[in-house]
Each structure stands twice: as structure tokens, then as C-alpha cells.
Design a protein around this ligand. Sequence first.
Ligand SMILES: [Fe+2]
Length: 194
Amino acid sequence: MVQSPFQIGAGPRVATGPAGRAMAQPMDPDLLEGLKHHLTMERQASAAYWALALWFAERELRGFAHYLRHEAADEQHHAGLVADYLIARGQTVQLEPIAAPRQQWSDAEEIFAAVFQMEADVTTSLQQLYALAERGGDVRTTVFLDPIVQGQIESEHQAAHLLGRIRFAQGDPAALLVIDGELGADRHEPASMA
Ligand SMILES: [Fe+2]
């Protein structure tokens, strides 16, 4: 007979995680370590974007600064999603130090090539987490990661698009100002064929 926790005599005993909260399923230590590392990566990406916004703000390219400042906030949001998830899984969130972001760049093209690479690295980290979660039968984590991976695909697509437009400009100030105006008006989406 199946025991229900609502039956008389069934004790309210539930497992608790390191945070002392009720925990439905323990987490694989490697997956837990990976999620904490990923949270740091998102915070690092936020700091990197903020430093890039500053770089453009110092050079009167306010549209680029506007776009990158919003990207910095998005990365902070992603870090928040991971923190919320760890709490929901009964874990504690120990914050790791983040490094000072790079501030020396030669031009916008170099910056956006680095932005594209950074987004690709974040996706790789998510792929590794996904594989770990699947191996451990942790469906909660794969479901949690699904929309985040989807968002990463869009971030890579957008970074590739902006890098492509900056390459068109070939450093011409007038062309860069056109892109700057677009970014200032929140026009940063690639073409859509759908
Ligand atoms: Fe992110």
C-alpha cells in the first residue's frame, strides 16, 4: 500500500539541505559545484559588460553604453536565477570573488568579438551542467536550464549580429554612429525570417 504523508501516524520527516530547508532531492556534488561556478560566471559577465559600457561612455558612444549597461543587468538577473534555484533546492549560496574586468581595448570590433566569445563560453558552461544533470537523473535541473539555454542561443545570435554590423562599419565614425543610434533606441535584434 502506498503511504501518504497525510495518513495518521506518518511523521512529518523530510530531508533538509545545507541551508536547513526542506529538500526534495539531494544534488550531485559535481552538479552543485558546477552551478555555483556558473553563478560566478554570470556575475563575472555582468562586471565585464558594465566595464564595456563604461568604455563606450568615455568615448561618447552613448547607444553602445546604453545597450551594454542593460546587458550587465541581464547577467545579474541570470546570476539571480541560479541563486534562486539553489535556494529552492535547499542549498546555500557561497559567493566567490570575481576578477576585475578588462578595460583596455583597441576598438569596438575587438570588444564585440570578445562579447561573442564570452556568450559562447557561458553556453558551454550550461551544456556541461545539462550533461551532468542528465547523467544524474536530475530532471529538475534540466527543466530549470532549458529556458536559460534558449536565452543563450539568442544572446550568441545577437552578439554575432552586432559584431557583423560593426565589421561592416570598418571603423568609419559615421557608420559607428549609425549603429550607436540603433543601440540607443533598443534596436539590436538580428533580421527575422519567421
Ligand atoms: Fe547570462
